[in-house]
Write a protein that binds this ligand. Sequence first.
Ligand code: ZN
Length: 146
Amino acid sequence: MELKQLYREIVNEHNLHPVHKKTIENPDLILRGVNPSCGDDITLSLKLDGDIIVDGGYEGSGCAISQASVDMMVDQIVGKKKDEAIKLAGTFMGMIKGEVTDEESIEALDEAAALQDVAHMPARVKCAVLGWKTMQQMLEGGAEVE
Ligand code: ZN
């Protein structure tokens, strides 16, 4: 299978059969992320145990790229430390902006590397980074549940 087609399949699969599109019990952090230029609107919830992200989920709607991207993102960060997740978000956003291109960094993103081609579609950049940006904001700035 051609690589680009494989990537398209990965994006389709996460869009059609999302794994983390659900509410989670007793989340510690909740933050909404909106991309008005496309209409993508997600609410991300994370559960923490100390510094470790132990569960995550999201609700909302939007285009295939935004939804697949947030699903892959949650997949990637559950089980990781907060600072590792923040670092991954930086790598992902760098890749989407075309600033991070070395294979080793991009491999760390696992399936999310499938979105690398978005770097050539400026109109879709905000779609692809929405979930990651929201995650980074909530882990850095805090969005504790009252
Ligand atoms: Zn979008």
